[in-house]
Design a protein around this ligand. Structure first.
Ligand code: ADP
Ligand code: ZN
Ligand code: ZN
Length: 805
């Protein structure tokens, strides 16, 4: 008998602690820490995770300890480091440990709680017999029943004739499905088909069998193809025409596009210097963090690949994080073609089964290289030697909902615990990382020239859209100069990328007669016009409605489209220059699986001259024929109520500019702006990161923002505006007096988007440098104070939030 600590699958404040259980001898196996178990908890059964051995102290001796009911895993699915990490991270991000564990693990390991109904003994009721159809227990999902039936079931439960039971289903078992196979010989089919006693439906089925004598079919397939009712199929099985069996539903194999083998390039001097520094740290098993500030096209990826190779050669494991897999298909190809061994590619597009298979193979050390988005930082890679975070400035490395962790924070923790080197790479590092490098916390490494010899950074020109020509043609998205260059570029056989950071056709709709603007009923934000789908859409909650023909307020038909979007730019450009072949890339045009990949492929094969798109086109793409990049409106991000607006604008413009002239032919960039004097835009045009860094640091210093101050955000939301407002006031009353005098508290105020999907949002911002009272206060806020809030009001605490909207 063993005593163990178990974290149970019940994410509440009261249950956020390990519970002690007995692991009975008949369940003992060599490794049980890190395994899932099923435990009795109160009057139900829950999934749990064994996190440690426990001691029997005097207090527990007196308690009746319960026994673990079953052990699910034959070997641990969480290694020691993951267990320690989950404990630390839960505290660091004000989350429950079970929630952290579940975000680390692939979904398939989660429990599925099934509701079932059991008939009480000695019950003899015809209605119940019908309901249970001869079985002792049935699955209960209310959707399957009419409201009449549900009422009946409830009354049976009340009378004690039916007993609800809940069981824990597993998602990680291989799914098997019921299939049918033909049992009749060809001759038999023919004979049966002409018999008088054979019904018309049965004849249809026999006809189907005649054409499909071999192979397995689901009931649904047969009933659809042969157009017969499921009952006919069931009866045919009873008669022995068909054989029923359960077959494994095969998981989609990863479509391996592993085209060619690629070889290491000979590094140039700057690349080599970077490589040497990081390699030394890997060899020395140092938990050192490097910041690589390398201009676009400076060959950062090549350095990553060679460092990963080195790590593997030393027998250690490596993780490479990218902001979004779909935006980096070229990078993935390069990685895959470089390494002979199997690589795990972890991203949201995988099925639950695929993710679980990869997790197992990483645990078993069959896979030593992991590439993926944010959550790949949790991959249980043993003896980790190197973690690379590419485009380290990207905000997707932070998860916006619970648990609000940042992959960077986890990377640094794992580096400390494994002696792994961390390499953060970007052409435009976040101010926080760059400031840390300034202070010597990270080691700064720089590359200031492009890797392809002869390739230079492109020339950038800013067009002032306030000038006279634009005033007269205020509805035009194209300055004559940009249009001219697009035309010329096509004549030269080159390609163009156009960036516009807004999807749809026009930003909003307005009635010229009365000024009415349609708004989302859930969020109160103006709706965007989409001509493709003939609808008005809310970009925040997804609400849609048809485009009105007349104004719903004054019935006038003078409806005007205001502002612009990718759809409009595409159509307008096609009208102006009909000879162009244009492809549009945005959330709407790439919704279909595989379509983004196809558009990118076709573009690289020169099937298009121009690519118009949102941020998708700004990042990571490497097309040698692109020598012109145009930014339709550089100002969209500047007006957001966020202290990082300039930083985000600078990053986006620098990134998109970097798509131009990546090969030998010089590139150019044209930026259209209504704020050409804004430093974020003018310095992006100069592609002068260092100067931007100094300037922006100065402003952040004046305004007491990050990196000079740390920021924590407390927000509250609820369906009732008044109640949510009262709640945040109470939070403020609780928090403010407890904090250090030097800590600054802003608000509480409604958020910039105050209503979203019918919930009202309020926030307060805490700016602090070193405040010993902060963490204890926030802990108390979450552990005790939050229990006093009404149930439908949610409180969240976010350190280093990425967005304030
Ligand atoms: P970054 O990731 O910094 O934007 P990439 O790694 O994509 O840059 O490199 C840009 C281009 O330079 C790629 O086409 C790559 O093949 C090429 N390249 C990288 N390193 C070298 C090198 N040492 N010699 C020649 N070409 C290189
Ligand atoms: Zn009107
Ligand atoms: Zn909405």
């Amino acid at each position: 008998m063993k005593i163990v600590s178990v974290i149970v699958d019940l994410p509440t404040r009261q249950t956020d602690q390990p519970f002690t259980y007995i692991l009975p001898d008949d369940l003992r196996q060599d490794d049980y820490i890190g395994c899932r178990v099923i435990v009795p908890f109160g009057n139900r059964r829950l999934l749990g995770y064994i996190v440690a051995d426990a001691e029997l102290d005097d207090q527990k001796k007196d308690m009746q300890l319960k026994e673990i009911e079953s052990l699910i895993d034959q070997k641990p699915i969480l290694d020691q480091q993951s267990l320690e990490l989950s404990s630390w991270l839960a505290k660091a991000v004000f989350s429950y440990r079970v929630q952290v564990i579940q975000s680390m693990l692939p979904n398939a390991y989660k429990a599925k709680y099934l509701k079932r109904l059991r008939m009480a003994d000695n019950v003899d009721d015809p209605k119940l017999k019908e309901l249970f159809a001869g079985q002792d227990q049935i699955d209960f999902s209310p959707k399957k029943y009419s409201s009449e039936q549900l009422k009946e079931i409830r009354s049976f439960i009340k009378k004690g004739m039916v007993i609800p039971v809940s069981t824990i289903g597993r998602r990680d078992q291989q799914k098997k499905i019921l299939v049918y196979e033909n049992r009749l010989a060809e001759q038999e089919i023919k004979e049966l088909a002409i018999k008088n006693r054979t019904s018309a439906q049965q004849k249809k089925l026999l006809n189907f069998l005649n054409g499909n004598q071999h192979g397995f079919f689901t009931k649904k397939e047969i009933s659809e193809i042969a157009s017969v009712s499921p009952a006919v199929i069931k009866r045919a099985a009873d008669k022995g025409w068909l054989e029923e069996s359960y077959q494994r539903l095969d998981r989609d194999p990863l479509k391996e596009i592993n085209p060619h083998k690629s070889f290491s390039l000979h590094l140039n001097d700057q690349q080599q210097a970077v490589y040497d520094k990081v390699e030394q740290a890997i060899v020395d098993k140092k938990n050192k963090t490097f910041l690589l500030e390398g201009i676009t096209g400076s060959g950062k990826t090549e350095i990553y690949l060679q460092l990963i190779q080195k790590t593997i050669d030393l027998g250690r494991g490596a993780i490479l994080l990218v902001p979004e897999i779909s935006l980096t298909p070229q990078m993935i190809d390069r990685v895959k073609s470089r390494f002979a061994q199997k690589i795990a590619l972890i991203h949201s597009g995988l099925s639950d089964g695929q993710r679980m298979d990869q997790w197992q193979e990483i645990l078993d050390k069959k896979i030593r290289i992991v590439i993926g988005t944010r959550s790949a930082i949790f991959a249980p890679v043993a003896d980790l030697g190197l973690i690379i975070i590419d485009e380290e400035h990207e905000s997707n490395y932070k998860q916006e909902d619970n648990p609000r962790y940042s992959a960077k924070q986890v990377a640094l923790w794992r580096s400390d615990h494994s002696g792994a080197a961390v390499l953060l790479g970007s052409a435009t590092p976040s101010l926080e990382s760059r400031a840390r490098a300034e202070k010597g916390i990270y080691e700064l490494l720089k590359i200031d020239k492009r890797a392809v010899s002869g390739s230079l950074l492109p020339k950038v020109k800013i067009i002032d859209m306030r000038q006279n020509w634009q005033k007269e043609h205020s509805d035009s998205d194209f300055s004559p100069e940009l249009l001219d260059q697009i035309k010329k570029n096509k004549q030269d056989g080159q390609q163009t990328i156009l960036l516009l950071n807004r999807r749809g056709f026009s930003s909003f709709l307005m009635c010229r007669n009365c000024g009415f603007v349609p708004h989302c009923p859930n969020c109160n934000l103006s709706l965007t016009l989409h001509l493709d789908s003939h609808s008005l859409k809310c970009h925040y909650c997804g609400y849609q409605e048809p485009i009105p023909k007349v104004c719903p307020i004054c019935s006038s038909n003078k409806i005007r489209y205001v502002g612009t979007g990718t759809e409009k730019v595409e159509r307008r450009l096609q009208q102006l220059l009909p000879e162009l072949r244009i492809v549009r890339l945005d959330q709407d045009s790439t919704k279909k699986k595989g379509s983004l990949q196809k558009y990118l492929n076709d573009f690289s094969k020169m099937k298009y001259d121009v690519m118009v798109g949102t941020q998708i086109v700004a990042k990571g793409l490497d097309f040698p024929k692109v020598t012109l990049v145009g930014v339709i409106n550089a100002d969209t991000a500047l007006n957001l109520p966020d202290y990082r607006a300039e930083e985000k604008t600078f990053q986006l413009l620098t990134q998109v500019a970097g798509r131009s002239g990546r090969s030998k032919r010089p590139g150019q960039v044209i930026i259209q702006s209504y704020n050409p004097d804004n430093y974020a835009i003018s310095l992006a045009a100069e592609q002068n990161y260092e100067k931007f860094f100094r300037t922006e640091m100065h402003y952040r210093h004046l305004a007491d923002y990050s990196p000079y101050f740390f920021i924590a955000q407390i927000s509250v939301n609820g369906p009732d505006q008044f109640a949510a407002g009262q709640a945040i006031e109470k939070v403020a009353e609780f928090v403010k007096p407890r904090l250090d005098k030097k800590t600054i508290v802003l608000g509480p105020t409604p958020k910039a988007i105050a209503r979203l999907d019918n919930r009202y949002y309020f926030q307060m911002i805490i700016k602090y440098k070193r405040d010993p009272n902060l963490d204890p206060t926030l802990n108390q806020l979450q552990e005790h104070f939050s229990l006093q809030l009404p149930a439908n009001i949610y409180l969240s605490i976010d350190k280093d939030p990425v967005s304030f909207i």
